[in-house]
Ligand binder design. Sequence first.
Ligand code: ZN
Ligand code: ZN
Length: 277
Amino acid sequence: MRVRHHYCIDERESVVEFLKRYQISYEVIGMVGDKTIIFDIYEDQYSYEMFKKTFPMLSISSFKNLEFSKEDIEKSKWLMVSCRGTNVEYVFQKEAFQYSCPYKIPFHKEPFYRHFKQISNLTVEKSVKWGKRQFFSGPNSMENIIFCSERTKNILENRWEGLQFKNVINKKGNDYVDDLYQLFFEKSIPFSAFIDAKSVRCHKCRKKMILVSDCIFKIKEEYLQDSSKVYQTGEVITDGRIFGETVVLYIVPQEFYRYCEEHGMNRGMDYRPVELV
Ligand SMILES: [Zn+2]
Ligand SMILES: [Zn+2]
C-alpha cells in the first residue's frame, strides 16, 4: 500500500521552487492573483520528507489517498468494493429511503439527514449506454452506489448469497429502466464485528456509529467466513464530518474479485483490502 498526498494550495513562489527542485509535476489553475497549485506526493518519497520539513503547516493540508497494488488486493481474503464510473444520472428520491436526524445547512432549504436506509428502488434520469467493456458504473454524484447492466447481472446473478439486483425506476416513476440494475447488498455485518474501532454517538438520537478515516477499519474474522456471501457495513460508518452522516460500504470475498477479473469486468472498479483480526 502507498499513501499519496494530494495538495491543492494557493500559489506561492516558494512552493513552485520546491516542486521544481524535487522534480514533482504540478498543475496551476485559476487566474492571475487567484491561482491554485495542484500536485501529489507519495509518503514513501524522499521529497515528502523534505516537503514536511520545509512547509510543515502546508504539508498537513493534503487529501490522503491510499493506493493498493494488484498484489495487495489478490492477497486479501475480503475486499471493500466501490465503483468510480459516473455514467448513471442518479435522481435522489426521498421515498426510496428511511431517514432520521435532520440537520440544516446554510443556504439549503431542505434539511439533510444523518442516517439513511434504502427501503425501495432508486430512480435515475435516463437509461445508460453501456460500453463494450463496461460492466458497472457509479452515479454522477457522491453516493456510494454500484449500478450494472443486464449483461453483468446475468453473469453475476445467483452466485453470491446476499447480492440482489434491484430494478431502477425512471424519472416519471412509472416504469423500470431497461438494462440497468443496482447491486444491492442485503446482509449487514453486525456492529460487534468491528474491532478496535473508535465509536461516536449521533448528537441527536445517540445511535452508535464507527468513526473511520480513509475507510480503514478492522473486522473480526469470525464474521467473514463464508466466501459465497457478500455484505454491507450497515449505516454505521462515519468519517466524523461535522454533521456525522453515515455511509454504507460494500464487502466482497476475494472470489468475487477473481470472478470479475476472469470475466474482464473490473474496469472502473475500486477494491481495497479489509483487515481481518
Ligand atoms: Zn484537488
Ligand atoms: Zn441520529
